[in-house]
Ligand binder design. Structure first.
Ligand SMILES: Cc1ncc(COP(=O)(O)O)c(C=O)c1O
Length: 359
């Protein structure tokens, strides 16, 4: 007997990257930060008062909202704290789209968008990214013609790691008639010389909702904390649809410790950036095509005659996990590889180069 709604019956579940947690496994498949969270997070955990758990947590995570607002030069009213970025994505669909409305994405992209749209009974309108991962020409016109209520745009792009310039996003925000969710899950790893400050978009556009997460930049994927930034036109409706206490007291306090220790977090970002260069250069040396990534992963197209799937499986046999997307035709000969510590990357690169010599 099937009890679920028809669209749930017909949809496929999200397939997360493998989460194998055993000694010796090198996890370069789900874009976690290879460094531990700030020591101030551990100190905050030590100070957590268990007796306080008797009461409900602050419903909007007020102290954390204030710390986030201060970090971005915004007001707390511009901030909504969520239980991971994925919760914000789900809330965005539930708040701004009716079932049967269209949600737009440019593929390939984060596959959860499709799952969340299907769960809500929405249509997913797919546009194809250009060969160089840029958006189609006249993208705003295409979006408006499709009638999309929400557009998800991930920047830096996943899975290629490439960055769309802020000027282009501003043009899109100006023309698009729906809510533009700018998914900046990986933004912390962008070279600071690029000076990408999307908060500036909020001065002009009330249809922009920026997603940020503690999972990647702050090494807290296990905590499930993230936030949205936007004007009241998007934040106020989200506040209505969120669960009454969507984030817990301990997570609020740990996330606050993390965001207030910018010095520590930015040191991890710097290390990832410098290792990204090392990994990119080494993979290119092996004949892979690797676009310039501004993220904490790279997307490598395997050299002609080499199978990405075989390399993925051979690496897995050696306890090294990278991401192979078997369902996306355009990613068939590619592997997405998370940047690890220098030691992690050496292990990956020597395994890959040995495999290449054998093939
Ligand atoms: C593109 C993108 N957006 C959003 C998320 C959500 O991150 P989280 O729910 O851990 O905050 C992820 C996680 O991998 C992602 O890759």
């Amino acid at each position: 007997m099937a009890y679920e709604r028809k669209n749930i019956e017909n949809m496929a579940a999200y397939i997360p990257g493998e989460q194998i947690d055993s000694p010796g496994i090198l996890k370069l498949n789900t874009n976690e930060n290879p460094y531990p969270p700030s020591p101030k997070v551990a100190a905050a955990l030590g100070k957590c008062d268990v007796a306080r758990l008797r009461q409900y947590p602050p419903p909007t995570a007020r102290s954390l909202q204030e710390s986030i607002a201060a970090r971005h030069g915004l007001s707390p009213d511009n901030v909504i704290v969520t239980n991971g970025g994925d919760e914000l994505l789900r809330m965005t669909i539930a708040t701004f789209a009716d079932s049967n409305d269209s949600i737009a994405v440019a593929r390939p992209t984060y596959t959860l968008y499709q799952v969340l749209a299907a769960a809500h009974g929405c249509k997913l309108t797919n546009f194809e990214l250009n060969e160089d991962w840029t958006h189609p020409e006249h993208y705003a016109d295409l979006l408006n013609k499709s009638g999309a209520k929400v557009c998800f745009l991930v920047n830096p792009h996943a899975p290629s790691g490439t960055l769309t310039a802020l000027e282009q996003i501003a043009l899109l925000a100006a023309e698009f008639q729906g809510v533009l969710l700018l998914d900046e899950a990986y933004i912390d790893f962008v070279d600071p010389a690029i000076s990408y400050q999307s908060e500036r978009l909020l001065e002009e556009f009330d249809n922009v909702l920026i997603l940020r997460t503690f999972s990647k930049g702050y090494s807290l994927a296990g905590l499930r904390m993230a936030y949205g930034l936007g004007n009241p036109a998007v934040i106020s409706p989200l506040m209505k649809t969120k669960d009454s206490y969507n984030t817990d007291l301990i997570s609020q306090s740990l996330a606050r410790a993390a965001i207030e220790d910018q010095e520590y977090a930015s040191e991890t970002w710097k290390n990832v950036r410098s290792e990204r260069q090392v990994v990119t250069a080494a993979l290119r040396e092996m004949g892979c095509v690797v676009p310039e990534s501004q993220s904490n992963f790279v997307l490598a197209t395997m050299p002609a005659g080499t199978s990405a799937e075989k390399i993925y499986l051979a690496l897995k046999d050696q306890g090294i996990l990278v991401r192979y997307f078997s369902t996306e035709e355009r990613l068939e000969n590619k592997l997405r590889i998370t940047i690890g510590t220098p030691q992690d990357n050496k292990r990956l690169l020597s395994a890959m180069s040995a495999l290449q010599e054998m093939s």
